[in-house]
Design a protein around this ligand. Structure first.
Ligand code: F6R
Length: 607
């Protein structure tokens, strides 16, 4: 999980950069580096492994200067070597980057054809060369950065330092967070408030598409529409920044907004973007070419498993059984010998999931944990693990952990498909490309917030709400209903859209909103028929769909929430965002305790 720091300061930068990087260690990383502006030009030091290796390098080979940028890197594109560590630099600019640049191959080819030489295997290096190309063409640092940023596809946060520009530091964000820190005659950039906390408590949280051009005394922010804008200054209590809400009202909202970054990080952990392949770490004897898989979890984690059930069956062609842990462990399930088992858990401590894991081990099955908390019990007791890199989730209602679970399970599906021989390398490449686009699509889906907030006001007056979905969106509907009931206390149920007429349709009346999760995919027409059944009985439909779905739905929905068009493989990740926001704002309108809803605990360690 990468971290960024940038300093335009008044005292030696290198020790301060290292101090800030140490505060970012909690995010996890496997190499680190800094660059400073020295009298003779720009210089950098980088090291694989821990920050102490970077410190050792700096002790032998110090860096002067009062301005600089630093980075902790969690390897994504390219191994965790010194050469791939950030900052990446040309003779004119040094950059550090968090996130994924989706179109880096095309940009790299273009820049290489123009004679630029690349040193690393990272996607990030294209940013340094793109900005350099602009500078070479006569643009100033601000123009060169904005021109480059407009060409980047994906989700990212960057900080840039320019040779010969002692009083300039530029940052830009899209998808990944970035904050500006304001000191006395000093300014800072950080991937979160913790990074800048040793230097200041006054921060500006940049918004989507913002570019910040900093001097020591001035902060100019240009938004995605090229307008100069003002952003509020927030004062935070430095030490507690890890658990601060930033400029969000609740942790849940903050965590929903973190998803471009958290899914990006999790996807990048398993994807080799150069070869467009999934790479799974050593799975310690878990045979992905098995005939069947068992996926176990509770609540939201179970629904992530239900999504993966569709993926694994359709893409890898294996038999899948999913169950909630509390049932699975007592029903003495039988399974074939050639199966592996997967345990999905944010906390890694859920008592029922742990008991199910132990049961499977007793039966001689290999166990694989999809877990967010490292070193938790489920993590430790499993044969192998696929970490989700969502970071600490504070809101009791799970959001970013869910999409991180889906990210890891999507990668697992591709790996199983390859092991089973159901995926050609071309098909694998297509699925990997779709995965890499997901953080950006999630950022796009967040843009529907104002519309969702309005619709949520209406929902907040409902007594019951139904959620419908088909295929892989059926578990997304189940998750939507769970989110709504746990934080707004409104009764909600998720149903398979085709099941409606077998009973639940009796619940439809003018007072019961029906939320339908239906991208314009192969099943859309079928779901449309179900919507007609609802509309014919006076039901008020809130349709979550894309442009094509909206155009085809013929005015049947009272409200439409638009989601970006996307590959159907990753649609469950993208459509999770509107259902989370809908539940969140409904609860906010109702005035419930969003982050700590009544009767619920974050880690359920009892049966
Ligand atoms: C719902 C929610 C719960 C958890 C469930 C499992 O928002 O958070 O349903 O998903 O209690 O918890 P973990 O994932 O920690 O095993």
């Amino acid at each position: 999980m990468c971290g960024i720091i940038g300093i335009l300061g008044g005292e030696a930068a290198a020790p301060r950069l290292v101090d800030a990087l140490k505060r970012l260690e909690y995010r996890g990383y496997d190499s680190a580096g800094i660059a400073t502006l020295e009298a003779g030009g720009m210089a950098r030091r980088r090291a694989a492994g821990k920050i102490r290796n970077l410190e050792a390098e700096l002790n032998g080979n110090p860096l002067a200067g009062v301005s600089g940028i630093g980075h902790t890197r969690w390897a994504t594109h390219g191994a965790p070597t010194e050469n791939n560590a950030h900052p990446h630099a040309t003779d004119k600019v040094a950059i550090v980057h968090n996130g994924i640049i989706e179109n880096f191959r095309a940009l790299r080819d273009e820049l290489m054809k123009a004679g630029r030489k690349f040193e690393s295997e990272t996607d990030s290096e294209v940013i340094a060369h793109l900005i350099s190309a602009g500078l070479d063409a006569g643009l100033n640092p601000e123009q060169a950065t904005i021109t480059a940023v407009r060409r980047l596809e994906g989700a990212f946060a960057i900080a840039c330092l320019f040779a010969g520009h002692e009083d300039t530091l530029i940052g830009a964000r899209k998808g990944s967070p970035l904050v500006v820190g304001l000191g006395d005659n000093e300014t800072f950039l950080g991937s979160d408030a913790i990074a800048v906390s040793p230097f200041t408590t006054r921060v500006i949280y940049l918004e989507e598409g913002d570019t910040a051009i900093l001097s020591r005394t001035k902060t100019k922010i240009i938004d995605a529409k090229d307008q100069v804008v003002e952003r509020p200054v927030t004062v935070f209590s430095g030490g507690a920044a890890a658990v601060e809400k930033g400029n969000h009202r609740h942790f849940m909202q903050k965590e929903i907004y973190e998803q471009p970054e958290t899914t990006g990080r999790t996807i990048a952990r398993y994807v080799n973007a150069f070869d467009e392949k999934v790479e799974m770490p050593d799975l310690d004897g878990v045979d992905l070419a098995a005939d069947s898989a068992i996926l176990i979890g509770c609540g939201t984690a179970h629904y992530a498993g239900r999504v993966a059930e569709y993926w694994l069956e359709q893409i890898a062609g294996i038999t899948v059984e999913t169950d909630i842990a509390s049932e699975f462990r007592y029903r003495k399930p039988a399974f074939g010998k050639k199966a592996f088992s997967v345990f999905v858990s944010q906390s890694g401590e859920t008592a029922d999931t742990l008991a199910a894991l132990r049961y499977c081990k007793e039966q001689g099955l290999k166990t694989l944990a999809v877990v967010n908390v490292p070193e938790s019990t489920i993590w430790r007791e499993s044969d192998a693990r696929l970490p989700t890199l969502a970071g600490p989730e504070i809101g009791v209602a799970s959001t970013k952990a869910f999409t991180a679970q889906l990210s890891a399970l999507a990668a697992l599906t591709i790996a199983v498909g390859r092991a089973k021989g159901t995926l050609s390398s071309q098909e694998e490449g297509q699925l990997v490309r779709a995965l890499m686009e997901t953080p950006r699509l999630i950022a796009d889906a967040l843009a529907a917030e104002p519309e969702i907030e309005k619709i949520a006001l209406e929902l907040s007056h409902a007594r019951d709400v139904l959620y419908l979905g088909r295929g892989v969106h059926y578990p997304v509907a189940l998750e939507g209903a769970l989110k709504l009931k746990e934080i707004s206390y409104i009764h909600a149920e998720g149903y398979a859209a085709g099941e409606l007429k077998h009973g639940p349709i009796a619940l439809i009346d003018e007072e019961t909103p029906v939320v339908v999760v239906a991208p314009h995919d192969a099943l859309f027409e079928k779901t449309l028929s179900n919507m007609q059944e609802v509309a014919a009985r006076g039901g008020k439909i809130v349709l979550i769909t894309d442009e094509a779905g909206a155009a085809t739905s013929g005015g049947i929905a009272k409200h439409i929430i638009l989601a970006p068009a996307c590959d159907s493989f990753v649609a469950p990740l993208v459509y999770s965002v509107p259902i989370q926001l809908l539940a969140y704002f409904t609860a906010v309108h109702k005035g419930t305790d969003v982050d700590q809803p009544r009767n619920l605990a974050k880690s359920v360690t009892v049966e």
